[in-house]
Design a protein around this ligand. Structure first.
Ligand code: SF4
Ligand code: MG
Length: 339
């Protein structure tokens, strides 16, 4: 089947002038991946690994100094294929909310603080659904109830709601038009664990009901373990590993993925976790070769010279690491074992 989203060799850089010198920050550097229908795809990686820039770029929300250098982002919606960089602003506006919805980091940014919630629905959703007047109000009311929200939230101002409520309202707003593709950037990061669970369950419920695909971004690996079907790991602007979430957790292959998973707290294990030495690289001057090499416990000579390509090591599993991909035989049986 043709994937719903295809991202091909995408490069998106920030072009800045610092102290009179032109700098380019390679926030997304040669990323290729695809997302099918009806799946929840997670993007993980520490902050400033390029996750937010990547999804902004996928959503077509690019403003200077961010610019797409090369590559393409293609959606295969039910009413036709769209190459996101060939769309006029008007065409982009037409797919927003109805085909493609973007839940940004911090729900306050989408909810107008000086207007009642009702008006946010009218502003964003009304132009994209067939219902008007009372029928429109009924559509919103039913959708809120489906998401376990009282209809009375429509009369509230954003500041009158708790963080968890606001986030649920933001999800309601993003899904009321029944989008085929939902992009969510750290939607639960500011919430406490109990509220977070509720919001995630709601998102999963609405995804199943609508049959939408979701691209979900968070640095929180525990959230990925509970929510996503497939997972992509980003490090310093590059995708370094991809596979079914279950497989990645059972057997992480890339040294960075192994670090992310081993640093998760385990029940009944009180030993302090060893952190990763060093800090994430400066993307204006990334390390040569494999960008992870200054922090990698397995680094060998070639790692300093050559960037490792993404290689398929098992069905649905890709990894970018010289050491891992040099011995696929060692990797393949181990992969079988975990199934
Ligand atoms: Fe480590 Fe080399 Fe693999 Fe990069 S390519 S993750 S430096 S072993
Ligand atoms: Mg971010």
């Amino acid at each position: 089947a043709i994937p719903l989203l295809s991202v091909d060799r995408l490069k998106a850089y920030y072009r800045l002038k610092l102290f009179g010198i032109d700098r380019e920050v390679r926030a997304v550097d040669d990323v290729t991946f695809a997302i099918g229908r009806n799946e929840i795809y997670g993007l993980a990686g520490e902050s400033s690994s390029g996750k937010s820039t990547l999804i902004k770029t996928i959503a077509g929300a690019i403003r200077p100094p961010l610019a797409v250098e090369t590559g393409s982002v293609c959606f295969n919606f039910s009413d036709g294929t769209r190459d996101i960089y060939r769309l006029t602003p008007r065409e982009l506006g037409e797919i927003r909310w109805k085909r493609l919805s973007y839940i940004m980091q911090g729900s306050m940014s989408v909810l107008n603080p000086v207007r009642r919630i009702r008006h946010s629905f009218t502003d964003f959703a009304l132009p994209h659904v067939p219902e008007k007047g009372a029928a429109f109000a009924e559509r919103i009311g039913r959708h809120l109830e489906r998401l376990h929200l009282e209809r009375s939230v429509l009369d509230a101002y954003p500041h009158e709601l708790s963080g968890g409520m606001r986030q649920r309202v933001a999800i309601a707003l993003a899904t009321v038009c029944g989008p085929e593709f939902i992009i969510a950037d750290e939607p639960t990061t500011a919430l406490d664990v109990i509220v977070q669970k509720g919001v995630l369950a709601m998102l999963r419920g609405i995804q199943r009901e609508l049959g939408s695909s979701v691209l979900f971004v968070t640095h929180d690996m525990a959230v990925h373990a509970n929510l996503t079907d497939r997972l992509g790991i980003m490090y310093a602007g590059r995708l370094v590993e991809e596979g079914r979430t279950r497989d990645l957790f059972r057997q992480p292959l890339h040294p960075y993925t192994r670090h992310l998973i081993s640093s998760l707290p385990q029940i009944g294990d009180d030993t302090p976790k060893k952190g990763l030495e060093g800090s994430p690289p400066n993307l204006a001057a990334p390390p040569s070769g494999c960008r992870f090499h200054p922090r990698c416990p397995l680094a060998i000579d070639i790692c300093r010279r050559e960037a490792p390509p993404m290689v398929a090591v098992a069905p649905g599993r890709r990894v970018a690491c010289h050491v891992v991909t040099a011995s696929p035989d060692a990797v393949a049986p181990a992969m079988e074992e975990v199934r």
